[in-house]
Design a protein around this ligand. Structure first.
Ligand code: HEM
Length: 511
C-alpha cells in the first residue's frame, strides 16, 4: 500500500484512539472538567494563542461550573482552593518537579526559574542564593535611595512641563536600575533618561505577545538558541535588542572566565558568582548562564514595578488611605530629609498591608504555577468532604490571582482593603504572589526593600490631589486617564500579567 494512503488511514485512527483514551481510560479521566479540554490541548491553545492569553479566565469559569478541582487539559489538573497551597507548594523535603510550561520560552528554558527537575533546581538555586540573602538585599539600600531621589526629581520635572507622567514606565526604569546593580555591580541612571531607557524591557514585553505560541512549540526556542547571535538578530529582528544584550553578556562571561582561570575569583558580579561557584562544568555553559541572567533581569524588573504602580493607583483612588499611610511614614521620620532604613520601613504595619493588598489584586506573575509530585497527592475539598487522589507524576497547578479572588478567604475580593491584612495576619499563608515552598521567589527581599523604599519617597513627599480647596504644599499627584480594567487589572495572561492592548498603564499628573 502506498505510504500516503497508510498515513491517511492511520492518522485519524490514531487521533480517535488518543481521544478515547484521554476521555475514558487516562488516570485523569475521572476528574471533572470540559470534555473538549480533556481530549485536546488545542482547546487551551485556542484561548491562549488566538485570544491573547485568555485561558486563565476560562479556567476560572470552569471552577465556577465544576468546583475547586478541574482537569484543564489532557495532562493537567488545576486546583482553586487556598487550603491546598501548602500541599502543592511544599518545602524542600517533599520533592516537587516543575511542569514543562517554560520549555519553549526563549531564554528562560535553562534558567533556575524554568528548571523542571527538583534536584537540578536545588543546585541552580543554591548557586544564586548568595546575592539574595537579606544582608545582600540591604547592601542595595544606597542604590535604592538614589533611585528614589531620581524618581522624585523626574516627578518634579513633570510638574514643570505639565505633561502626564508615565508612572509604571518610570517604575520599570527604577527596578531595572536596582536589578542591574545587583547583577552587574553598576547601572545606568535609567530613571533620569528622557525615555526611561526602555529598549530592552519594551522589546521583552512585545515578545511576550508571542510567548504562548512558543510555549506550544517548544522545539523552536531550542533551534533558535542554537544559532549564533548575529543570525538570531537577522532571523527575528524583533528580538534584536535582547539578542545584542545577550551577546554582551556572553562576551563578559568569556572575559570573566579567563580572569578566573588566572586565579582571580572574587565575587563582583553575577558573572563571577556563577562561574566561580560550585556548579558543575556543563551548568556553566555560556547559553545556560545567559538564560539565567536573562530571567533574573526580567523577573527583577517587571513584577516589582507592577506592584508599586498598582499601590499608587489604589492610593490615589482612595486619598484617605493615602493620607493614613503618609501619616505613618511621617511618624517614623518627622524630618522630611530624614532617611529611614529598610528595617524601619518593614515595621510599618499599614505600609506592609497596602503592599500585600496590591500584590493580592495584581500579582505580576500570572501563569499557572505547575508542580509535579513523585507520589500521589490527596486533595480534600473541606467544604463538602469530597476527596480526590491525584496520580503521581501529574501536572498540578494553581493560579495566584484566582486563589486571591476566593470570597471565603478574601471577602469583597475585588476591593482594595489593606485593613484585612492587619485584622488577620494569618491571611499571609494564602498570598501566593511570590509562590511558596522550595521554589518561592528568590528575589522577595530585594522586591520588598525596593517597594518600601520607593513608596516611602513618593508618599512622604507627594500629596494626593484633592481638588481646589485642599491646602497642600509641595508636589501633588492625580491619576491621568488611568482606568483600572484597562490599565491596572490583568487583562491577559502572557506569563506575566498584561493590561489591555494599547494601555499606557498608570499615568499621573503632577502639580
Ligand atoms: C513584586 C515582585 C515579584 C514578584 C511578585 C515575584 C514573583 C515570583 C513568583 C510567583 C515566582 C515563582 C514562579 C514559579 O513558581 O514558577 C518567582 C520566582 C523567581 N523570582 Fe520573583 N518576583 C518578584 C520579584 C523578583 C525580583 C526582584 C527578583 C530578582 C532580583 C526575582 C527573581 C526570581 C527568581 C530568580 C525566581 C525563580 C526562583 C526559583 O525557581 O527557585 N523576583 N517570583
Amino acid at each position: 500500500m502506498d505510504i500516503v494512503l497508510i498515513v491517511v488511514v492511520l492518522s485519524p485512527a490514531m487521533i480517535i484512539t488518543t481521544m478515547i483514551y484521554r476521555l475514558y481510560f487516562s488516570p485523569l479521566s475521572r476528574f471533572p472538567g470540559p470534555k473538549l479540554a480533556a481530549v485536546t490541548g488545542l482547546y487551551q491553545a485556542y484561548y491562549d494563542i488566538c485570544h491573547r492569553g485568555q485561558y486563565i479566565w476560562k479556567v476560572q469559569q470552569m471552577h465556577e461550573q465544576y468546583g475547586p478541582i478541574v482537569r484543564i487539559n489532557p495532562h493537567e489538573i488545576h486546583v482553586n482552593d487556598p487550603d491546598f497551597i501548602e500541599n502543592l507548594y511544599a518545602g524542600p523535603l517533599q520533592k516537587r518537579d516543575k511542569g514543562s510550561l517554560m520549555k519553549g520560552l526563549w531564554s528562560w528554558r535553562q534558567s533556575t526559574l524554568g528548571t523542571e527537575s527538583h534536584e537540578l533546581h536545588r543546585r541552580r538555586r543554591a548557586a544564586l542564593s548568595p546575592i539574595f540573602s537579606k544582608a545582600a538585599a540591604r547592601s542595595l539600600e544606597p542604590v535604592m535611595q538614589r533611585v528614589q531621589r531620581d524618581l522624585l526629581q523626574r516627578i518634579d520635572s513633570y510638574r514643570k512641563s505639565g505633561e502626564a507622567m508615565p508612572l509604571t514606565l518610570a517604575f520599570k526604569a527604577a527596578t531595572s536600575e536596582v536589578i542591574a546593580t545587583l547583577l552587574f555591580g553598576q547601572s545606568e541612571r535609567d530613571v533620569l533618561k528622557d525615555d526611561f531607557n526602555r529598549d530592552f524591557g519594551a522589546e521583552f514585553e512585545r515578545s511576550l505577545e508571542k510567548a504562548h505560541l512558543f510555549a506550544y512549540l517548544p522545539g523552536i526556542a531550542a533551534v533558535f538558541d542554537s544559532l549564533p547571535f548575529w543570525l538570531q538578530a537577522r532571523v527575528v529582528p524583533k528580538l534584536k535588542t535582547q539578542v545584542s544584550v545577550h551577546e554582551r553578556w556572553a562576551l563578559k562571561l568569556k572575559e570573566v572566565e579567563e580572569e578566573l582561570t588566572a586565579k582571580d575569583g572574587t565575587y563582583r558580579t553575577i558573572f563571577h558568582l556563577l562561574l566561580n561557584g560550585k556548579l558543575s562544568q556543563p551548568e556553566k555553559e555560556q547559553l545556560r548562564l545567559v538564560h539565567e541572567i536573562h530571567t533574573l533581569r526580567i523577573a527583577g524588573e517587571h513584577s516589582t514595578a507592577m506592584a508599586m504602580s498598582s499601590v499608587i493607583f489604589h492610593l490615589l483612588q482612595n486619598p484617605t488611605m493615602y493620607r493614613k499611610l503618609q501619616a505613618e511614614l511621617t511618624a517614623i521620620t518627622p524630618d522630611p530629609d530624614g532617611i529611614p532604613t529598610v528595617a524601619q520601613l518593614e515595621q510599618i504595619p499599614y505600609l506592609r498591608a497596602v503592599v500585600k493588598e496590591a500584590l493580592r489584586l495584581h500579582p505580576g506573575v500570572l501563569y499557572r504555577m505547575q508542580r509535579v509530585a513523585r507520589d500521589p497527592m490527596v486533595y480534600t475539598n473541606k467544604r463538602n468532604g469530597a476527596s480526590w487522589i491525584i496520580p503521581a507524576e501529574t501536572r498540578v497547578s494553581m493560579t495566584p490571582l484566582l486563589v486571591h479572588m476566593d470570597p471565603m478567604v478574601f471577602p469583597s475580593p475585588r476591593s482594595f482593603v489593606p485593613e484585612r491584612w492587619i485584622a488577620n495576619p494569618g491571611l499571609e499563608r494564602y498570598l501566593l504572589s511570590f509562590s511558596k515552598g522550595s521554589r518561592t521567589c528568590i528575589g522577595i527581599n530585594v522586591a520588598h526593600h525596593e517597594i518600601y523604599t520607593i513608596l516611602y519617597g513618593i508618599v512622604r513627599n507627594c500629596n494626593p490631589d484633592q481638588g481646589p480647596g485642599a491646602n497642600d504644599q509641595g508636589l501633588t499627584l492625580s491619576l491621568f486617564d488611568t482606568v483600572r480594567e484597562r490599565d491596572v487589572d490583568a487583562s491577559a495572561e502572557l506569563f506575566f500579567s498584561r493590561p489591555q492592548k494599547g494601555s499606557q498603564e498608570v499615568r499621573v499628573l503632577v502639580k
